[in-house]
Design a protein around this ligand. Sequence first.
Ligand SMILES: Cc1ncc(COP(=O)(O)O)c(C=O)c1O
Length: 489
Amino acid sequence: MGIILPVQSHEPLYKQVRNAIEQAIRDGQFAQCPLPSSRALADELSISRNTVNLAYQEMLSEGLIVSEERVGYRANTAILSSSPGHAQEKNPPEPNTVDWRRHLQTQAQAPLPEIQKDYDWQAYPYPFIYGQVPSSSFPTTAWNRALRTSMEYPHVHWSLRDGGSSDDPLLVEQLRTNVLASRGIRAAPEEILVTLGAQNGLFLAARSLLGPGDRAVVENPGYPDIAHILAATKARVTPIEVDRDGLCVGDIPRTTKLIAVTPSHHFPTNVGLSEERRGLLLQAASDNDSLILEDDYDSELRYTGRAAPALRAVDRERVIYVGSFSKFLAPGLRIGYVVAAPELIERMRHERRYSVRHAPGQIQRALALMIETGDYQRVLRRYRLSLRDKWEAMNSALRFIIGRDFLPSTGGTSVWVPLPDHVRADAVVLEAAKRGVLVESGAPCFTAEHPDRQRFLRVGYAAIPIEAILPGLRVLADVIHDERKQTKR
Ligand SMILES: Cc1ncc(COP(=O)(O)O)c(C=O)c1O
């Protein structure tokens, strides 16, 4: 949370809390999101709620914070920024002896758009946030059982050993036989690498394949992090438009070395790459001697129709398949995997050795046990059903409330919502947050100069309780309506 109490102080505790909150506000931590609830802050600091309430009351009476219905407290940034000397008197800046600009390397990807997430999303009554899983939907009992077994003979060895650059053989086996098979993928153990989430897999693939001047293609709109990852290798990154059939494959330059795609559910629109485009993409890769980086981050979350097989299931040579357990277990576990040709896997393993060695042994073993016992499949089925209910609730409510034809999706955990003309996504996000609704702007998913940057919202539904969907979307619709009225004035 970033509110830190001094190690030693003679001031009363509530004053220390008050000063720490004020400092955090001045550091800009609460410019976009509400302050933590008194209960959350008291838990975090291991102090009583009364002490936190006293601190909040004092700040409220001085106008440093304001109280908002259904949101809680917010920083009154207008007052704080109008008294710049105030903080300096209390906390004189430390002398700066190191010129960090001289030491830090320039980042090739620095100017690219970035997703800014409000990780304090639980503070909102209507958290339509993408990519977060509420702890209440995590299969705690099954996971605890697997963790316990992972500490018993013979598993404890695999949980605690230093694996060097190798992976847990039981997890590799379970991935091969129980997870990848459902995507139509056949893989030998030497074609599989366990990673710290899909992100780590994308990073290792990019590092192993690209160098300065190589051309790589990303989707536009697309997952902003992949553009960062590819650009960090000093490759030339070419964004290619996406339409209702997915990536516009015909626009891919012939000189491309690596094509990064999300074919099952395009990020962020959720459209699937059409049958025809899939064929064209595989053909183009073969004709141009390109490789395809298939980011299949949430393929298990499909609620209607039959899933197309992974591209990797069709082309075992040119497709590098990246999967993850973040979306249907929890992102905090940081487990993903890559399936690719043995030559590439060996190189990625070598790269991984010098950064993280391997994913934590106990997490690998517990996950393997959970899949082996069938718990994982049971949990996944249940989770998929609950997400399907939310997906239906989202679709029918959005159709009714927003009344616009948004892109059809077959699954995923978010809906890509178009805004009326002249209404800006960033403005809607800010105003919605004030009214307790957390949604994300589509802007960072586009290149900086794209004309549609401000035209979409990404509305996630994995974290929000189903009963909050309709009232939350109603508030969102009001916000959009109000913004529209303002633009007409
Ligand atoms: C499209 C896409 N790819 C990759 C990732 C990274 O996932 P992980 O948490 O497994 O690293 C995400 C996470 O949100 C994502 O949305």
